[in-house]
Design a protein around this ligand. Structure first.
Ligand SMILES: Nc1ncnc2c1ncn2[C@@H]1O[C@H](COP(=O)(O)OP(=O)(O)OP(=O)(O)O)[C@@H](O)[C@H]1O
Length: 224
């Protein structure tokens, strides 16, 4: 589903934070990527989510080589991947209600007619009441906003879901609820998962396999 080969990426070409990293996620597979803070996991996740162009390396998504990132990514590839970040307040437009937030990808891809049905379906899946859907991000908790961000990530039915520290700010019961939502979606759709984090116990329980930054499956990454 996802093949990253020899990826080098960062914010300064002379000193990349990700150097020559390879990682793969099979169709329907759940892979956990573990590693210490600051090693580059989020940067790699952003490359895989087509949000950050790497300086070198190749990426294949659902059998097709990726040739453009960000606004240069073809719509078909962009809609193949859904992504949820650690801090929902940084990724959610504060002007939109949770309902509009969840519907945003449908509107952006010209699928307005599906909005009422999909928003009802997903808000029920993630556990957001009709009343909460009308509120804006400042008027809901981090957990409620993260539920909306997960619903938004699933609204186009991605074949690959990337959860970058999705539950790092959340309590145990919200974490369990969101992991259950992801698993319900994966069971029904057959989607693959790349879950990034520090919580080894959670990722080992959640994923088919885990990969530690610097170990074999993330090959040729210099450690330390
Ligand atoms: N927009 C940016 N501009 C410049 N440097 C950045 C930017 N984003 C991240 N970095 C730097 O890149 C390095 C890797 O960051 P990244 O967020 O990918 O690591 P991480 O492994 O996900 O960390 P954490 O587990 O703490 O989230 C860090 O040194 C960070 O300071």
């Amino acid at each position: 589903m996802l093949e990253l080969t020899g990826i080098t990426a960062g914010y300064d070409r002379r000193d990349p934070v990700v150097r020559d990293v390879s990682l793969s996620v099979g169709h329907g597979e759940a892979v956990g990527l573990l590693g210490p803070s600051g090693c580059g996991k989020s940067t790699l996740a952003r490359v895989a989510a087509l949000l950050h162009r790497p300086d070198a390396g190749t990426m294949t998504l659902d059998g097709t080589v990726v040739r453009g990132w960000r606004h240069r990514a073809p719509q078909e590839q962009r809609t193949t991947v859904g992504v949820v970040f650690q801090q929902p307040r940084l990724s959610a437009d504060p002007r939109l209600s949770l309902r509009e937030l969840i519907a945003q990808p449908l509107r952006a891809t010209g699928r307005r007619r599906e909005v009422p049905g999909r928003v009802a379906e997903l808000s029920s899946l993630v556990g957001l009441s009709a009343e909460l859907l009308e509120r804006r991000p400042h008027a809901v908790s981090d957990g409620q906003l993260q539920r909306a961000c997960l619903a938004r990530a699933l609204v186009l039915r991605p074949k690959l879901l990337i959860c970058d520290e999705m539950t790092a700010m959340l309590d145990a019961s919200t974490t369990a609820a969101l992991v259950a939502v992801v698993e319900a979606y994966r069971t029904e759709s057959g989607a693959a998962l790349l879950a990034v984090g520090h919580d080894r116990v959670l990722l080992e329980r959640w994923c088919d396999r885990t990969v530690r930054w610097g170990e074999r499956s993330v090959e040729r990454v210099p450690v330390g």
